[in-house]
Design a protein around this ligand. Structure first.
Ligand SMILES: Nc1ncnc2c1ncn2[C@@H]1O[C@H](COP(=O)(O)OP(=O)(O)OP(=O)(O)O)[C@@H](O)[C@H]1O
Length: 444
């Protein structure tokens, strides 16, 4: 059996064993990588990795066995992603628990494919991209540190590497170090254990550009934060560039020291948002082109209309399409895409109904679903209602009048709600965060 089919079969088996929600939230985001008798499941972030390890790994192992994968002797989970153009080589961003990692020689390598040229620009990421390009022109200048924040799979790491690659190209001698926050912490603890703190400090304080991914990981790690605080100060004082990524605006990350939080936003903190439809189509077409996959525009549109949560999932969909079309020798039509991505699309469609949105929003704001339908206009109800309407417009295929009807309002009220929420998200971090949290809870 093809390895890809083995995983697909295992997922089908798991569907019979687990609630839909668990399959959608924890199992589907995993990307299988088979190397000989070993299966590594790449999780999009640490949270997924930890949860899968804790609650689902045994069941997954059973699923692999009953799906005919008896030759697979080891199954594990790591954080990482399969790059579309290197199917067999997983870029494992951080492998948890490897405390023996030491010093920057073992820091992550810059990914040469993560360049500005390969980064598709859209409304959702143009600020972040412009800021990143500015940093390349004047490293250690005004945008120091540059902090890029936003949900998973939206190109933060890509942009960070693009900065590193460009600085490196500009000066071969520049010492650019990229490292995940977790790896940095492991190196730090390892340096303490082995009495190599001087070496650790010297190395990290002598770089020209330090790129640290996922700094939200520093939350509640006081000693690591303390050490990072000193590294940070030394680099900023020396006018060396720092680039950071985080899954949230730093002020909203609990468990990070206030001094550090404020330093994170000394330079520029810039968000990447989920890409709009046009950008999703452009990304799919560009990735297809890079990988020499003949992807018709209408298929790109079909996929982009449905796979909306993040770019990594778009890449996953493209990978599946190109692998199956090659394997089966079938042309890439919309029908073919519909059949090949059936599971993935079903999960999306199942998740997002207006009722589901109402339930999720009501739960988030601690109000009752019936409050969302009531004509009362108090702010505490009106805002969640507007948020629910805006989510319904963005995440479902329903028209404005249909959404209006579901809330007992007319379509102009829905339109007004969408505009109002867009404006609030633009202007206030709190609204942006609430909206993104809700999108995430709804599977986007
Ligand atoms: N605008 C874009 N153009 C081209 N590729 C993109 C774009 N945005 C994201 N990608 C691709 O999507 C994948 C995921 O992006 P990346 O790893 O940078 O996300 P991230 O925001 O760092 O996510 P995480 O927080 O989970 O680490 C990468 O392969 C990246 O190349």
């Amino acid at each position: 059996m093809q390895e890809e089919d083995l995983w697909a079969q295992c997922v089908r088996w798991l569907e019979g064993e687990l609630p839909d929600r668990d399959v959608h939230t924890w199992i589907r985001p995993l990307q299988p990588v088979f190397v000989r008798d070993r299966l590594t499941l790449l999780a999009p972030n640490r949270m997924v990795m930890d949860r899968v390890r804790q609650d689902f790994l045994d069941l997954i192992r059973r699923g692999i066995r009953v799906s005919g994968g008896r030759n697979i002797s080891e199954v594990d989970v790591a954080v990482g992603t399969v790059e579309a153009n290197r199917t067999a080589a997983p870029a494992v961003a951080e492998s948890a628990g490897n405390n023996e990692d030491l010093l920057p020689t073992s820091a992550g390598k810059l990914n040469p494919d993560y360049t500005f040229v390969n980064f598709i620009e859209g409304k959702s990421n143009s600020h972040a991209r412009a800021a990143a390009e500015h940093v390349v022109e004047t490293p250690g200048g005004t945008y120091n540190p540059l902090l890029i924040y936003g949900s998973s799979g939206l190109g933060k790491t890509h942009l960070m590497h693009a900065v590193g690659n460009a600085i490196q190209r500009g000066s071969q001698r520049a010492r650019v170090v990229y490292v995940g926050a977790e790896q940095w912490m492991n190196q730090f603890t390892s340096a303490i254990r082995h009495g190599r703190m001087d070496e650790f400090k010297n190395l990290y304080r002598s770089v020209d550009a330090l790129l640290i991914d996922d700094i939200h990981f520093f939350a509640h790690k006081e000693r690591t934060q303390e050490e990072f605080f000193h590294t940070f100060n030394a680099l900023i004082d020396g006018r060396k560039q720092i680039v950071l990524t985080s899954d949230r605006y730093p002020k909203d990350v609990d468990g990070i020291d206030e001094r550090l939080k404020s330093r994170f936003t000394w330079g520029l903190a810039v968000a990447v948002e989920p890409p709009d439809l046009e950008t999703r189509v452009a990304i799919l077409l560009a990735k297809a082109d890079q990988n020499k996959v003949a992807l018709p525009k209408e298929v790109a549109l079909f996929v982009a209309q449905r796979v909306r949560s993040n770019v990594r999932e778009l890449e996953g969909a493209l990978l599946r399409l190109s692998a199956s079309s090659r394997l089966r020798g079938e042309a890439m039509t919309v029908e073919f895409a519909r059949a090949t991505l059936k599971d993935m699309l079903a999960a999306y469609e199942r998740m997002v109904t207006i009722d589901n949105i109402k339930r999720t929003v009501a739960n988030y704001y601690n109000i009752r679903v019936t409050d969302l339908n009531s004509p009362r206009r108090t702010r505490s109800l009106a805002r969640p209602r507007q948020v629910a309407m805006a989510l319904a417009k963005e995440l479902t295929q329903h028209s404005l009048p249909e959404i209006g009807e579901a809330f007992g309002k007319d379509h102009t009220t829905v339109l007004h709600a969408c505009r109002k929420i867009a404006e609030l998200r633009e202007g206030e971090v709190k609204y942006r965060e609430d909206y993104e949290n809700l999108q995430r809870q709804l599977g986007f």
